[in-house]
Write a protein that binds this ligand. Structure first.
Ligand SMILES: CC(C)(COP(=O)(O)OP(=O)(O)OC[C@H]1O[C@@H](n2cnc3c(N)ncnc32)[C@H](O)[C@@H]1OP(=O)(O)O)[C@@H](O)C(=O)NCCC(=O)NCCS
Length: 278
């Protein structure tokens, strides 16, 4: 049995499901099914800590638009709730005020306001380095001007915002290296993927692919095809950290004796193939 319970909504957060939370052609103005997203994200919120003070800080965050105060609130929340891996209030703040949903045990640069555009969802056990930027829409290239004045109502000219966001779904156990940029139009970064430092990602990334460069290209896969399928089917990320900690064995060594990330010389032949069948 997993931490979340097999029947709970949002189990496996998004990856295994092709229908779901961030529908580009969905039913809201932005094609974004906010209620669904809320539903599954709520699942992880119940598995992360939220203190009474956290609830107050959540409201205060919403009440103040001042970045300085917001930053101070975030630091306090992180301190009070044992860091970004475990904080439920942090997740609730990002979901409610930034429309970024982050699964349990995911940590790092996704918790910087503005780093991830709204309508980004990140699965569980993810690692996001600093300086990562997710952009889910462009300025309007087909308008007379691309200037924000003409589509952003907050700037006082446009009455409504006509530019759609394309939601991005980041799977579980994804590692995004320092300074990577995810361009608008990318809809999915698969579970287990690795995005190299400084990459500019312009296409969807399949599960367990390792990509880097500008534009980012698949350099290889972390495991062979059979192992990838086995890992995806296992849905190990549905386990809580407590469950994993009780028998961490296979997390503390190369999985199935894979050498992929451990001995660069042994895997030279498979570089640049982008082929998990190697
Ligand atoms: C993507 C990454 C995981 C690949 O690691 P790896 O498989 O061990 O790859 P190697 O270091 O053996 O590099 C293989 C080749 O790719 C190149 N390369 C590796 N990462 C690259 C990157 N991000 N951008 C451009 N080239 C890269 C290497 O220079 C090497 O080139 P060569 O064959 O000409 O010598 C790693 O390079 C990376 O970018 N890590 C992110 C680090 C980071 O941001 N950490 C933040 C803390 S969380």
């Amino acid at each position: 049995m997993t931490a979340a319970g097999k029947s709970a909504p949002g189990n496996g957060v998004r990856l295994a499901s092709t229908e779901g939370v961030c529908r580009p052609d969905g039913d809201s103005a932005n094609g974004y099914a906010a209620e669904d997203q809320r539903q599954w994200a709520a699942l992880d919120l119940t598995h992360t800590r939220q203190s009474g003070t956290g609830r107050i800080l959540h409201s205060l965050y919403g009440a103040t638009p001042r970045n300085r105060f917001r930053r101070a609130i975030l630091s306090l929340v992180i301190k009070l709730e044992d860091g970004t891996l475990h904080s439920g209030t942090l997740r609730r703040i990002f979901l409610d005020y930034h429309k970024v949903s982050v699964g349990a045990y995911t940590y790092g640069g996704c918790f910087v306001p503005g780093a991830f555009d709204k309508y980004t969802s990140v699965g569980r056990y993810g690692s996001v380095a600093s300086g990562v930027r997710v952009m889910n829409r462009n300025h309007p290239l087909a308008f007379k001007s691309t200037h924000g004045l003409f589509f952003n109502p907050e700037l006082g000219v446009a009455e409504s915002d006509p530019i759609r966001y394309v939601p991005l779904e980041i799977g579980h156990d994804v590692w995004i290296g320092h300074g990577a940029i995810i361009l608008p139009g990318v809809r999915s970064i698969g579970t287990g993927a690795v995005v190299g430092a400084g990459s500019v990602v312009n296409k969807d990334i399949p599960p367990y692919a390792v990509v880097f460069g500008c534009p980012a290209r698949i350099i290889r896969y972390r495991f062979d095809k059979g192992t990838i399928q086995e890992l995806l089917a296992s849905r190990w990320w549905e386990s809580s950290l407590e469950e994993i900690k009780s028998s961490p064995g296979e997390f503390l060594k190369p999985y199935k004796d894979s050498h992929a990330l451990w001995d660069p010389h042994e895997r030279r032949d498979s570089l640049h193939t982008g082929n998990p069948d190697r």
